[in-house]
Design a protein around this ligand. Structure first.
Ligand SMILES: [Zn+2]
Length: 330
């Protein structure tokens, strides 16, 4: 029975494993989340007043549309600097917030084929690259996909989001600093050590193709959490060569089919962690950082310990999670 604190090698965060005592994962309240087409703001962009940025692959036979988020978390404007209010620092949320809308209302990621994921990857990469060029104030770009209401999706129609931020988000700050410290101490990437060890132990690997590897991290904060790494190490997501798109799509497809089969279509958050856009480490970020994807199924609610201390409690041994996912037939 696994009962110990484990420290994340990159962020330094502690995770408490309490496996066996309570195995009460949350019942999925999401099964009934559905919105009819008639009320869907993504059925007719003109009618619902959405501003289209780009249709993929073209406006006639589009399979996905990139639109401006009508209720953005960031707003358009000129780059500003930090301000103060008493002892506090303030920053204007200048940035872009885009939505990638997939065409079919009832055809979400659990139904996507590898070719649909390849479309998704190409759209992500093109918008990422264009936003890097366009956004002078952006320090970070997050690409994410919320599936299900309890994972934060307020609209049923399948969509992903891309947001640029003028600050460095705390999770990225911790990871980038942690991996830079590791690099200074060991003269190598923390991610290379992590991947080498996972490949050697092979207990937590869920899936692998020629270019990508999927595993449940040894220090998983959440039950059945999965990470997808490219075997070629790049710091930024858009450095991935086009020839890798299909391998990445295959890894995404397989990961989501695995949680669909093993956990009965749970709500989840999926996001890409990539290096910050601005580099002031004195050494190129690919020397110590490695972009990757995280998939976090929503099976557990954070409670007193998590919110009160920042220590995540995980009730599933990552070895067991990986075995369940690996064996799930898709
Ligand atoms: Zn719709």
């Amino acid at each position: 029975m696994l009962n110990e604190f484990r420290q994340d090698l990159v962020s330094g965060e502690w995770v408490l494993f309490v496996v066996g005592r309570t195995h009460s994962l949350r019942e999925d309240e999401d099964k009934d989340f559905y919105q009819i087409k008639k009320q869907c703001p993504f059925e007719n962009f003109q009618e619902s007043g959405q501003e289209i940025i780009w249709n993929y692959p073209d406006s006639e036979n589009w399979r996905a549309a990139v639109i401006k988020n009508k209720y953005p978390a960031m707003r358009q404007g000129l780059c500003t600097t930090e301000k103060n209010y008493g002892p506090f620092k303030l920053f204007d949320p200048i940035g872009d917030h885009e939505v990638v809308v997939y065409r079919e209302h009832d055809y979400g990621v659990y139904k996507f084929s590898i070719s649909d994921f390849t479309d998704m990857v190409r759209i992500y990469k093109k918008r990422f690259t264009e936003l890097v060029q366009k956004s002078e104030c952006a320090k970070y770009i997050l690409i994410f996909h919320n599936q299900g209401r309890s994972a934060g999706a307020s609209i049923y129609h399948p969509h992903s989001q891309i947001i640029t931020m003028p600050i460095l988000p705390p999770d990225i700050f911790r990871s980038i600093n942690g991996s830079f410290s590791y690099y200074k101490e060991h003269k190598k990437r923390v991610y290379s050590d992590l991947l080498e060890w996972e490949q050697k132990e092979r207990k937590r690997i869920v899936y692998e193709n020629k270019e990508f590897i999927v595993f449940c991290p040894y220090v998983s904060k959440y039950p059945y959490e999965m990470r997808i790494f490219s075997k070629e190490s790049h710091a930024h997501f858009n450095q991935m060569p086009d020839s890798s798109d299909e391998f990445y799509a295959d890894a995404l497809f397989t990961s989501l089919q695995k949680i669909k089969a093993a956990l009965d279509k749970p709500p989840f958050n999926m996001f890409i962690h990539t290096a910050p856009l601005k580099d002031d480490f004195g050494v190129h970020m690919h020397e110590f950082y490695h972009w990757h994807t995280e998939i976090i199924p929503h099976l557990k609610i954070d409670a007193g310990v998590e919110i009160g201390t920042g220590v995540a409690i995980n009730v599933v041994d990552p070895n067991d999670a990986a075995e369940t996912l690996r064996k799930a037939s898709i």
